[in-house]
Design a protein around this ligand. Structure first.
Ligand code: NAI
Length: 253
């Protein structure tokens, strides 16, 4: 079992990739602290973990709130321990040229996608460094490497998440803590669907996108979860500061 007796703390665990990661980790023996702003979604994740024979608790957490992040991490450390943090919570934005992005949209996406990851690192690192073990996995995107048109804010946050991952990995490595990122292409989740729904013909837009992938399909959340589980586990014991692309070959074709 990859996560025997380990506690894995996941943000944005109430849906999509976060939920799939919770189930994958629990199937490998990990105890899951599922957190999200969406309480109903979080509870459904706890149910999914229990249905898979695992154990999980839910704590409400808005990653944009640094104090709340500290408090929930502290509770986790006191009550269950903390071995892995998965900074997964993220949001998209409607397609827009950079010059048309409002300050409100900019702030919202930066707050969740970038400051949320920053807060997670700040909250968890003191504990992980003290115990001289543990791992952080941040969820980036293909947009960590590519500048996507009409997705400038999303792209800037995901590019920053990858470089933050590298910097924190360099700092935390000497203390035995690994920090990596998973960078998915299009994945079938509510967030992925949002993008297609913003297009004039969502079905056509989805077909066109699938056609651009060598594997001729979009990814499943479970396929990203497996990559997260790998980076979080001891199987990746000599991997740190890395952005693992999970994109069905899109970026290399
Ligand atoms: P999703 O929309 O299914 O799940 C995101 C979760 O984050 C939701 O449960 C939502 O309630 C939660 N969340 C939103 N704001 C929050 C906040 N302030 N605090 C705490 N939780 C919050 O999306 P999905 O696709 O599972 O996305 C997960 C991560 O994967 C995100 O970081 C996203 O950017 C990234 N990603 C997704 C891709 C896709 O095609 N679905 C592609 C590349 C990256």
């Amino acid at each position: 079992m990859r996560f025997d007796n380990d506690t894995v703390f996941i943000t944005g665990a109430g849906s999509g990739i976060g939920r799939a990661t919770a189930v994958a980790v629990a199937e490998e023996g990990g105890f899951v602290v599922a957190t999200d702003v969406n309480e109903d979604g979080g509870q459904e994740t706890v149910d999914a973990v229990e249905d898979a024979g695992g154990e999980a608790v839910f704590h409400e957490l808005d990653v944009t709130d640094a104090e709340e992040f500290d408090a929930v991490v502290e509770t986790a450390v006191d009550e269950y321990g903390l071995d892995v943090l998965v900074n997964n919570a993220g949001v998209g934005h409607p397609p827009a040229y950079a010059e048309d992005v409002t300050d409100a949209m900019f702030d919202y996406v930066v707050d969740v996608n970038l400051k949320g990851v920053w807060h997670g690192c700040q909250s968890a690192l003191p504990h992980l460094k003290d115990q001289e073990s543990g791992a952080i996995v941040n969820v980036g995107s293909l947009a960590s490497f590519l500048g996507l048109p009409k997705q400038a804010v999303y792209s800037l946050t995901k590019g920053a998440v990858l470089n933050l991952t590298r910097a924190v990995a360099a700092e935390a490595g000497p203390k035995g803590v690994r920090v990596n990122a998973v960078c998915p292409g299009f994945i079938e989740t509510p967030l992925g669907d949002q993008f297609f729904e913003s297009q004039s013909d969502p079905e056509k837009a989805k077909e066109r996108t699938e056609e651009q992938y060598p594997l001729k399909r979009l990814g499943e959340p479970e396929e990203v979860a497996d990559a997260i589980a790998f980076l979080a586990s001891d199987e990746a014991s000599f991997v740190t500061g890395h952005g693992l692309v999970v994109d069905g070959g899109f970026s290399t074709s």
